[in-house]
Write a protein that binds this ligand. Structure first.
Ligand SMILES: [Zn+2]
Length: 79
């Protein structure tokens, strides 16, 4: 069995309100988010009980460039 499966991430999560710290990823059962760029983090609460942004981030400066431009999820970048 090869391990080349690349998950498709469509949801944006805030890691912080700082620049380039909104990531596209998938929430895991433990409540952390595995992002497209390889960062695992505890997402910020957007509103009560809601972590995922309802759409693309409004401010482009807040978007993680690696999540925006696309990096193979299996590269395993850890920051
Ligand atoms: Zn990212």
């Amino acid at each position: 069995m090869s391990n080349n499966h690349r998950p498709v991430y469509t949801t944006w999560y805030l890691r912080s309100y700082g620049d380039r710290d909104t990531h596209q990823g998938q929430m895991r059962p433990d409540g952390t988010v595995l992002s497209r760029c390889g960062v695992v983090f505890q997402p910020r609460l957007i509103s009560r009980g809601v972590f995922a942004l309802p759409s693309n981030p409004a401010d482009p400066d807040q978007i993680c460039p690696q999540c925006r431009d696309g990096v193979p999820a299996n590269r395993g970048v850890v920051r």
